[in-house]
Design a binder for this molecule. Sequence first.
Ligand code: LLP
Length: 437
Amino acid sequence: MFLPGTMTVNDDGMLEIGGVTAEKLKEKYGTPLLVFDEELILKKINLYKKAAGSYPGENQIIYASKAFLCQGLAGLINKTGLALDIVSRGELFRARKGGFPPDRMFFHGNNKLPVELEEAIEAGVAIFVIDNAREAGLLTDLARRYQMKLACQLRVTPGIAARTHDYIRTGQKTSKFGVGIETGQAEELALWIENQENLILQGVHSHIGSQIYESRPFRELIWVLLQFLLDLRRNHGLILEDVNLGGGFGSPQTEEDSQVDIVSLVSEVAGELATTCRRESYPYPRLLLEPGRSIVGEAGTTLYTVGSIKRVNNSKNYVAVDGGMTDNIRPALYDAIYEGFLANRCREKPEISTAVVGKCCESGDVLVEETELPRPRPGDILAVPASGAYSYSMASNYNGIPRPAVVIVKAGEADMLIAREGKDDLIRLDRMPDRYK
Ligand code: LLP
C-alpha cells in the first residue's frame, strides 16, 4: 500500500490524510474527491530549495502550474517564495486571482497569442520564455508600444531524447518546442533578440520531458546548453545570466516506482553545472528549475466510491467507481500506472485481483489496470494515491460528468480548494437558438 506524506492507517483500518479520515472527507465533500496533503507539498518545495542551495551561483525554483493550479494553491506557492510557470492567459488570470505576483512569473508556451502577450506585459510578468522567431517579433513590437524593456529567455531544443513516454518527451530535435541548436536557428534568434533594444536576452531555457528519474539526461542537457553559451561568448562576446533546465523530475505513483531523491538528483545536476562552468571559466549563471509533478504528484490522493462490481468471462474482475478518465485521463493517455486500495478497509487481507475502472462509455476508461483488494462492496472508498499531478488540470466533462471537488488537508483540518461542479455548470455556456425552442 503506497502511503506517501502524512497518509496513515488508523486502528479501525481507515485511511487518514493530514489527520483527516477518508470517511470524514467523503461524508463532508462527497466523491470523487482530490485531497492534497499540504505538509507534503511544502516538504517537496523545501527539498528543492535545499538542493538548489548547494549550487554556488544564484538559483530560482519555479513551480510549473500546469501540473495543478487553483487560487488556493497559487496562494500557498506564493508564501514559499517560489516563482510560477504559466502557459496561458488562463493560468495568468487564475494565479493573479490567487494573489500571486506577476513579477515572479515565467511565461511559457509555443504559441502565445498576441492578446496573451499583451495581458502578460500589462500585468508585469517577470520573464518571457521565447519559443520562436514569430513570438520574438511580436514581443519586440509590443515592448516598443508599451515603451518597456522585456526580460526573456530563449527556449532551445537540445536534441536529447529522455527515456520517457513519447507524448511527454520534448527535448528531441523534432520537438514542436523551441528552436534547434544544431540547425543554427537558436544562435541566430539569440542574436536577433540581443540586438533588439527593448528585449533583454537573459538566458536559455530547455525542458527535455517528464517523469525522468535519472540525472544523466539533465547532465547531458547542461553540456549542450553550456556549449551553446560558450559559442555565443566565443562568436559574439555574449555572456548570458540564466540557465533554465525546465522540469521533468520523476515522481513515484506506486510503491514499486523508484523513490526519487530530489536532494541528491538536483544536487548532482547543480554540481554538474557548477563544474562545467568552472572548467570553461564561465561565470556561474543563475540556475532555474521548473518542477511541477514532483511538487504536487505524490501529495494528491483521489477518493472514489465503489459502485458496480463484476466478474466477466469467469476470468476478469472489474470494480467501477464514480469517476474515471474524466478526473484522471493519464492511464488512458500515457499508460500511467497507479495503485488503488480500499481506504475504509486498509487492514483487511487482499482477496481478489481486479481492475479499477471509471463510469465513462469507453473501454479505455481504466484507472488502475490491476490491483489486489479485499472483496469489495458497493459504498467502499477506493483511494488512488499519488494522483495529484496532471489529473484535475486535464479533467473533462466527457459524458456529462462534473469535475470533482478538491480539498487540502493539514493537521486534522480540511479546506476546500475547488468546489465540485454541478449540473448547472455543465450548461452554463450552452445557448439555445430560438428556433429550436
Ligand atoms: N517546464 C516546462 C516548460 C514544461 O513544459 C513542463 C511540463 C514543466 C516545466 C513541468 O514538468 P514536470 O516537472 O511536471 O514533469 N500531461 C503530462 C505532462 C505534460 C508536461 C508538460 N510540460 C502528464 O500527465 O504526464
